[in-house]
Design a protein around this ligand. Structure first.
Ligand SMILES: Nc1ncnc2c1ncn2[C@@H]1O[C@H](COP(=O)(O)OP(=O)(O)OP(=O)(O)O)[C@@H](O)[C@H]1O
Ligand SMILES: [Mg+2]
Length: 249
């Protein structure tokens, strides 16, 4: 369970998170949505201790992580597996070397166990036996899947997806949304957090949606709550219209 309590973050006079209260329930797929510049990335950076709030608490598994020093934060960050927007694979390394990398960095498993785990996560993302390939030989969708395998390899408790389908064609997007659902179902105890502009994907994939607007949560709830919401900001996000309370800068 993750809870933001009265979190504030400003850059100079620009208040990005304004007394933000946010709950991310365990075991579920939570989408954090909001238009560009509403603070999705800032929220995630604060959650991972890469940025520190000016005020407020961020409670993760009962611990206020805003109080941790850098050494403790490094240990804390191992709770998270992150799938970056561009998959961020090392092009000079094979798929196998990419996926084993976090295990070498953070564990002392014997090599055969590491290799077994690599095969296990590649199978999970539907790409068994491609350890010898190089990222340049892969399609965009395959790169994403390898990136996800690498995020999963150390068995994190939370998987963070940063804009997993932005810029992807519809078929690849659907495949990735399907994978998010599959991983959240098949990996015991895992919680998935997806940052997205994509309301349609959120409605199809999320169990819980949090919409950020002006530094706060406009609405948090199920896809049904969102479909039925009469909140003008939510309605405008649905319609994609420039008419409404939300201004597009
Ligand atoms: N390090 C920083 N210094 C100053 N301002 C920042 C910094 N990081 C973010 N901001 C500002 O905070 C606001 C929110 O940024 P953020 O990156 O969280 O938006 P976002 O919701 O992730 O948008 P997008 O959908 O475009 O990724 C923006 O106005 C941005 O300019
Ligand atoms: Mg962002």
């Amino acid at each position: 369970m993750i809870e933001f309590k009265h979190v504030r973050k400003a850059f100079g006079r620009r208040v990005v998170l304004d007394d933000l209260d946010l709950v991310i329930p365990p075991g579920k797929i939570t989408f954090i949505i909001g238009k560009s510049g509403e603070g999705k990335s800032v929220t995630i950076k604060n959650l991972m201790g890469l940025m520190h709030p000016d005020a407020g608490q961020i409670i993760v598994d009962g611990e206020d992580i805003t109080r941790l020093d850098e050494e403790k934060l490094q240990v804390y960050r191992r709770k998270f597996g992150m799938l970056f927007q561009n998959a961020a694979l090392f092009d000079s390394m094979s798929v196998g070397e990419n996926v084993i990398f976090p295990l070498r960095e953070h564990t002392r498993l014997p090599l055969p166990a590491m290799l077994e785990r690599v095969e296990e996560v590649l199978t999970m993302v539907g790409l068994p036996g491609i350890q010898h390939k190089f990222p340049t030989e892969l399609s965009t969708g395959e790169k994403k899947r390898v990136g996800l395998a690498r995020a999963l390899v150390t068995k994190p408790k939370f998987i963070l997806y940063d804009e997993p389908t932005t810029g992807m064609d519809p078929l690849v997007s659907e495949m990735i949304d399907g994978l998010i659902v599959q991983v959240n179902r098949d990996v015991p105890g895992v919680s998935s957090i997806v940052i997205s502009h994509d309301l349609k994907a959120a409605l199809a994939t999320a169990e819980n949606i949090v919409m950020l607007y002006h530094g706060r949560v406009t609405l948090a709830g199920s896809p049904k709550d969102f479909r039925e919401s009469k909140d003008p900001v939510v309605r405008q996000f649905f319609s994609g219209s420039v008419e409404g309370p939300m201004e597009f800068l």
